[in-house]
Design a protein around this ligand. Sequence first.
Ligand code: ATP
Ligand code: MG
Length: 532
Amino acid sequence: MQESHMMEPVAGEKLGYLISINGIIEKICGIRETNHLMDILISEIVALTDSDQGVVSLITKPADDGLSTVVRFRDEKCENLSHQISSQLLGWVLKNNSALKIDDLDGDDRFLGLDSRGGRYKRILCYPMVARSETIGLFILVRSDNKQPFEEKHCQMLGILAPQSAQILANAKLLEELTRANELLDISRRKLKEENLQLKNEMVADFAFENIICKSPKMKRVVSVVSRYCTSDSPVLITGETGTGKDLIAKAIHYNSDRREKPFVIINCGFKTETLLESELFGHTRGSFTGAIRNKIGLFKEADGGSVFLDEIGDAPLSTQVAILRVIQSGEIRPIGATKTETVNVRVISATNRNLSEQIAAKTFREDLFYRLNTFIIELPPLRERQEDLPMLVNHFINKSKVKLNKPPLSITPEVMDFLARFNWPGNVRELESEIERAAIACGTDGIIGIRDLSPGIVRAASAAAQPAACGSELKTVVEKVERDLIVKALAESRGNVLAASRALGLTRKGLVNKINRYKIVLDYKRIVSEK
Ligand SMILES: Nc1ncnc2c1ncn2[C@@H]1O[C@H](COP(=O)(O)OP(=O)(O)OP(=O)(O)O)[C@@H](O)[C@H]1O
Ligand SMILES: [Mg+2]
C-alpha cells in the first residue's frame, strides 16, 4: 500500500506519456506516404517534448539527395537549424549509433566548432531511428536557452517512439518503393506488349503470301488455294518432299487466319517416344509416369485459340493417333494420368513427306485419322517440277544471304544460273537456299558468284545432266572447263596436297594426277595455275 503510494506520481507521469506515445503511434500507423508521416510525427514529438524545433531526417538511397528532411517549429519565429549543426549531429549519431543529449551546445567539448547562435540552439536531443538493425534516420529536438535542458524522461519517450516510428516509416518507404517498382513494371509490361504486337505484326508480314516466292502455275495454284483455306477452321494436311516449304505454308495459313493473335505451336511427331510425345501434346499429371515430377500443360492447351502444327505426322505412334483423332473430332484432350478431359479450340495443321496411303495399307497409319486430317490437302510439288520458280528463288536467297552475311551486293553469272537449273535438287528449296548461302560465303570480294563457288557435287551432277541438245564439242568444252576449275580450286584449298584434293573431289590420287597432267595444271609451291 505504502509502496503504491510512493510510486504513484512517477507511475502517473509515465502512464501519461505512454498514453501520448500510443496516441502518436495510432495517428501515424495508417499513413502510407512518408512525407506526410514525418510531418505528423515530428509535429507531435515537438509538442510532447516542449521543444522549439524538431527535425526528422530520413536517410535515402545515394541516388537521391542523401537525406529527406522535415522540420517543424513550435514558434513561427524560429530559424532552421543550420546545415553545419544538423550534419555534425547526424555524423555523430551515425558514428556512435546512440542517442545524443546536449545541455549546452556552447560548452560541449564534443562539438567545439559549433555555437548555439545566441542561445537559440542551446539544448539538443538527437535520437537515431533504427529499423531491422539499420539506422534509417534520426530525430533532432532543439530548445533555446529560455528553457531547461531536455530531461531523462524525454530520452525515454524517444527511446520508445523512435524504434516504433522507424518501423512504420521503413514500411511506408518500402511501400512507396514497391509502388514505384510496380509502376515501372507496368510501364515495361506495356512496352513489352507493344513490342510483342510489333513482333507479331512482323511475323504476319514475314509469312505474308508475297513472301512465298513462286512463278510456276503449280505453285501459284497452291498459294491461291492456301489463301482460301485461311478463313476456315478445318484441318489441313500438307504433303511434299523434304524442303518443299511445308513449314512455310503452315505458318502462312496460321498468320493469315483469324487465329494469328493466338499461339502457333509446332511439334515434330517423329522425335519423341510414345509417352513423351503424348505428354508434349496433351500434358500430364504429377507422378503419372517415371520422371513426371510436376503437372505439365500440353501444347494443345497452350495453343488454345490458335493452331497446332503436327510436323511429320506420319511418324506419330498409333496410340497418339487415336488421341489426335479425338481432339480433332471433339476438341477434347486428356493429360496423361488425368481423370477428366478438357476442351480446347485449336486448328490442326499437319505435314508429312511420307506416303500416308502406303502407311494405311501397312497399318501404321489410321485411315480414320487420315480422312480427318485431310479435309483440305495441299500437295507441294518438288522444285524440279517447277523450274520457273528457280530464278526467283535464287534471287530471293541471294538477297537474304546478303543481309544475313552483311555482304555488299551479290550477283550470279548466267552460267551459274544455268547450272542451278540443271540440278535436280533432291533437298528442294532448302538445299537451294543453303547452296546459295554457301556460294555467297565462298565468292570473292567482287560479290560475283561463279561456278567455282558452287559445291563440286552440284557442278558434277549438273554437268552430267546437261541436255542432249547441248552435246557435242560445246558440252565437252564446258565440262572440261568446270572440271579444270574444280581441280584448281580443290588443289588451292589443299595447298597443293594432291591426296587431300583427290579426296575432296571424290577421285583416286592416280585419277587426279592423270587429270592434272591432262589439263596441264602447274603445281607451284604457293601458286596453282591452270595453263590453258
Ligand atoms: N516458295 C518459297 N519461297 C521462299 N522460301 C521458301 C519457299 N519454299 C521454301 N522456302 C524456304 O526453304 C526452307 C525450307 O522450307 P520448309 O522448312 O518449309 O520445308 P519443309 O517442307 O517443311 O521441309 P521438311 O520436310 O524437311 O521439314 C525454308 O527456309 C523456307 O523458308
Ligand atoms: Mg518441315
